[in-house]
Design a protein around this ligand. Structure first.
Ligand code: TMP
Length: 213
């Protein structure tokens, strides 16, 4: 099973993932936790280019292709082998991030992104996606607090530095993807205390696993 978490900056994905993995492992499932960009050694190098705050002049198509390169390596080196071995893969961001950030926010045509995802994914799709949703202002303010307190890498702030209107477009992009994929995507209100968000995710997971067994 392939589970992805999505959301704007500061939506709390990285905080929630260990709780999800711990819950599934307690149920007896072997989990692989990974992320994009940077789920492989090659991907970590691509990540540093993509997120470096000094790379302000990056062309939008170049950015898209770098996310595609990271994903191609990640799918073949980490995700497919883990799924083939019967493990649950939990991934912090995946193809919906590209549709929301490079599509809805940067304005790249959806057909271009779909073609890239087709090439890179070869039919692979998440089985289940949690979209952690909150207003862009709240998410961005959380993200900058984490950067100031050292909980988040200060050398990875290229997207946090984008205007609030950019982050608003990312959020709306995500909500539009969720409306088109009601079966796969569960929208979770993320502007709540961490434990409440965890409880909401776990409740959905338990329901889905109960239905499937
Ligand atoms: P994060 O790992 O801290 O969430 O940072 C990754 C950044 O990369 C985040 O700002 C979203 C952005 N991103 C895209 O723009 N497109 C993508 O396809 C992915 C996976 C991430």
């Amino acid at each position: 099973m392939f589970i992805t978490l999505e959301g704007i900056e500061g939506s709390g994905k990285s905080t929630q993932i260990p709780a999800i993995a711990a819950h599934l492992e307690a149920m007896g499932h072997a989990c692989v936790v990974t992320r994009e960009p940077g789920g492989t050694e090659i991907g970590r190098r691509i990540r540093s280019v993509l997120l470096a705050p000094e790379n302000t002049g990056m062309d939008a198509t170049a950015e898209l292709m770098l996310y595609g390169a990271d994903r191609a390596q990640h799918v073949s080196e980490v995700i497919r082998p883990a799924l083939d071995a019967g493990k649950i893969v939990i991934c912090d961001r995946f193809c919906d991030s590209t549709v929301a950030y490079q599509g809805a926010a940067r304005g790249i045509a959806s057909g271009v992104i779909e073609r890239l995802n087709e090439i890179v994914l070869g039919g692979l799709e998440p089985d289940l996606t949690f979209l952690l949703d909150l207003p862009a202002e709240a998410g961005l303010s959380r993200a900058w607090h984490q950067i100031a307190s050292g909980d988040r890498h200060e050398k990875e702030t290229r997207f946090e530095m984008e205007a609030i209107t950019f982050h608003g477009k990312v959020r709306q992009g995500y909500l539009a993807i969720a409306r088109r994929n009601k079966e796969r995507i569960r929208v979770i209100a993320a502007d709540a205390p961490r434990q409440e968000v965890t409880a909401a995710i776990i409740a959905q997971l338990d329901f889905i696993f109960f239905q499937n067994c």
